[in-house]
Design a protein around this ligand. Sequence first.
Ligand code: NAD
Length: 437
Amino acid sequence: MSLLDLDPVAFAARLNEQGGRACLTWDAEQRRLVASQPWLEELAAELSLDERDFNGHEGLFFAVGPETGALHTAFVHNTVRGQGAGGLRHWPYARMEGLIRDGLRLSEGMSRKNALAGLWWGGGKGIVARQSGDRYRDPAYRRQLYREYGAFTTSLRGVYVTAEDVGTTPPDLAAVFETTRFATCVPAAVGGSGNPSGATAKGVVCAMEGALDHLGKGSLEGKTVAMQGAGNVATFMMEELLARGVAKIVATDINAERLDQLRAQFAEAGAGARVELRLSERGDLSIFAEPCDVLAPNALGGVLGPETIPMIQAPIVCGAANNQLLDDRRDDSALAERGIVYVPDFAANRMGIVNCANEQYGKIPDDPAIERHFGREWDNAVFVITKRILELAAAEGVTSSTAANRLADEFCTVPHPIWGHRGKAIVAGLLADGWGA
Ligand code: NAD
């Protein structure tokens, strides 16, 4: 049985027998992953040959939480532009294969998102395998778990810098921050940047403008935007769109209370007639068939697939949700074949990470380091990069995701202007000192 078939509990038990931590690191000369312990050689060999999700990742780190017994992991994809940065996912996994594939895919995605955003950060992702039962809801258990994760991050000496992601909340990040300095997106109470939703929404709107400009369709004024989800980001997005003069917004959500709240908010602001809010059932996909200028998936991932793509009546799809394509090898082609311009989610929704990644450099009102992403002057501004991606896709006859990945991978070869490829040296130091041996 392959180690990929083990469940995280069995994998953590094996790891515990071997001292509680281990790693797989990339040997660039031999072009293969090297395991820190013999029992993991088989996994290193299997992943080195995997063409689907493995792409020269610099390091995969595994540890067992000393108190909770939970499996803590960190995936570092590329640190040429800076330390591997990306959020910490706390999620249940049936098999190690699912966890490892998520870690590989998501950390590579972070390298690309950070590079396209012009950040001097590399790409990484943390995953904690959620333990069975309900104890993950218990605040005392969570504090212990996240303090452990912070200590694990500290042990990696900064090659990975953690942040918030699915399953991890601001109080969890505060617990992480108690045991490591290698964390961003920490709560405002300890100096962090706070809720990123407003910045994320504004970034997505700039991406919509880039796509409209690419198609020669002018500005957002007078346009109709349909969106799935009327949550945090979507609400800021509606405000931003109304300020830019859209004629109509149609949004669905499964939460009736939320919709009532928004109806009252927009009625009070005198925009009630321009915002149509529809309550929908969980499986209701009718919003994808809404005739509009821009369709914005703002709720869930995996919504663009064989069922929804044929329904779409918008020339542009551009939204905030992560991982919108159900199958990223198939569905961006399906969109392109229908002549629909798709702005890759990781290009449109970058502002979540941009807003917090550099929070240790201090705060400035209307921070120029943030504001330049919303303008049209800077080479890496959302509007500029969106147009560049779409132009590259059109010129080379490839999908927008392929074009975005090509551009991002090119940016990922540019070393950090001050620190160079320091992450590689950090990993070498960890190995020299026997981390996980
Ligand atoms: P949120 O939870 O506040 O909003 C999501 C909304 O979608 C909720 O109101 C929920 O009721 C609704 N929803 C869920 N299933 C639905 C369905 N089937 N049909 C219609 N509505 C449905 O989350 P958010 O912070 O607004 O984030 C939205 C998306 O953007 C997520 O995918 C998130 O990962 C992504 N994202 C957010 C940020 C950020 O800064 N918050 C940054 C990057 C990406």
